[in-house]
Ligand binder design. Structure first.
Ligand code: FAD
Ligand code: DHB
Length: 389
């Protein structure tokens, strides 16, 4: 097989890149280790920034998102028994879209397949070769048969645990930055009407909680937990008791309960691996960086990485210039470090750290009080949240 850009991973980064390249007349093949059914059913992110909506619109895959997604013009911060609204649109002129990642995946897979794009599911033994030459290749197994793709470039969009990052050349010159947090998120899906019109980020001494939504009949809730805990330790009653305790406010508002039909625990880390390119191999999305989910940035960063790469490949194939490709790491990292900073800030601000001193706990509360009292600080939070820059 031969293509221009071989893409490893059919997450949002890989699929979106493949489609953006197709719209620029550039061929690609996407290799995915899981099945189509599995990637279309994996529950992950929910919040899209304006810039991500714009990229999806530009790719011609935004129609269902606008029809079925929910535009949110504010979020609430809950602490000390009170809720405080951050009016995103008044403060920044922008809004965010709540539209689940697996729906974005369905839209992208449908768009790739209807354009006769090549997406190979359930591949195994993916390996990258010759990235320091002008003719790299990818070998893999599909339905028991071995294959080789000869390409001009390889993009590793295979997530945090993929093969691409370990295949980067000059490993000894690479620099990784990491922070692992001493807590995780317990996430549930619930059959009920929404409890709130907007997302609620709740700080509480028992730990953080987040009230999000999926559809008018399905809600997405998270609460801080021990990352080594197990879902079987959490009966539905115990989950509701914890969520009520962390989200109750003095105005009598109460979270709506419903049937819990999915439970999972995720660990939390901040991570950046540099450089994001080596020879003709480029990393995009979670393969290169991870943020804790508190700032809702991961999927949005994946989209902005591949928008940069698409422009770089376009310049290469139209003008023969590698200028944009050469500056990919530098260009992408500007946005990534700011999103890392915001995600870390939100995590620090809203979670309970078991080892925090009483003084540090008061500082955390004072920071929250400052944000809701100061238009300048609230604007800064809102700008970061909507991705205003
Ligand atoms: P992935 O989605 O991980 O896709 C990589 C793909 O590569 C996978 O399909 C995988 O099967 C495949 N793959 C892996 N190894 C191989 C291999 N060797 N060969 C072939 N294929 C391979 N982000 C936000 O922006 N907003 C949010 O609200 C938000 N909330 C989140 C909530 C949770 C609970 C979690 C877990 C994440 C959240 N995120 C959020 C982060 C977001 O989901 C990720 O940042 C996003 O999925 C990154 O996309 P990606 O395409 O880079 O990687
Ligand atoms: C969701 C996830 C997030 O990480 C977040 O900050 C907001 C919403 C969600 O899955 O709905």
């Amino acid at each position: 097989m031969r293509t221009q850009v071989a893409i490893i991973g059919a997450g949002p980064a890989g699929l979106l890149l493949s489609h953006l390249l197709h719209l620029r007349g550039i061929e690609s093949i996407v290799l995915e280790s899981r099945s189509r059914e599995e990637i279309e059913a994996t529950i992950r992110a929910g919040v899209l920034e304006q810039g991500t909506m714009d990229i999806l619109d530009e790719a011609g895959v935004g129609e269902r998102m606008h029809r079925e997604g929910a535009l949110h013009r504010g979020i609430e911060l809950s602490f000390g028994g009170q809720r405080h609204r951050i009016d995103l649109t008044e403060l920044t002129g922008k809004a965010i879209m709540v539209y689940p990642q697996h729906e974005v995946i369905k839209d992208l897979v449908a768009a790739r397949l209807s354009a006769q794009g090549q997406v190979l599911f359930e591949v195994s033994q993916v390996a990258v070769h010759g990235v320091e030459t002008e003719s790299p290749s990818v070998t893999f197994t599909h339905r028991g048969e071995p294959y080789v793709i000869e390409a001009d470039f390889v993009v590793g969009a295979d997530g945090f645990h993929g093969v691409s990052r370990p295949s980067m050349p000059q490993q000894e010159q690479r620099q990784d930055f990491q922070r692992i947090y001493p807590f995780g998120w317990f996430g549930i899906l619930v059959e009920s009407a929404p409890s709130s019109d907007e997302l609620i980020y709740a700080q509480h001494e028992r730990g953080f909680a987040l009230i999000s939504t999926r559809t008018p009949t399905v809600q997405r809730l998270y609460f801080q937990c021990d990352p080594s805990d197990h879902v079987d330790n959490w009966s539905d009653d115990r989950i509701w008791a914890e969520l009520h305790a962390r989200t109750e406010t003095n105005d009598g508002w109460r979270l709506k309960e419903g049937r819990i039909f999915q439970k999972g625990i995720i660990g939390m880390r901040s991570f950046v691996s540099t450089p994001m390119q080596g020879g003709r191999l480029f990393l995009a999305g979670d393969a290169a960086h991870i943020v804790p989910p508190t700032g809702a940035k991961g999927l949005n960063l994946a989209a902005s990485d591949v928008a940069l790469l698409a422009r770089g490949f376009e310049q290469f194939y139209r003008q023969g210039s590698q200028e944009r490709l050469h500056s990919y790491t530098e260009d992408a990292l500007k946005r990534i470090w700011r999103a890392e900073y915001f995600s870390w800030t939100m995590t620090r601000l809203l979670h309970t750290f078991a080892d925090a001193t009483p003084f540090e706990r008061e500082m955390q509360r004072a920071e929250l009080d400052n944000i809701v009292a100061s238009r300048a600080l609230a604007t800064s939070l809102a700008e970061n949240y909507v991705g205003a820059f």
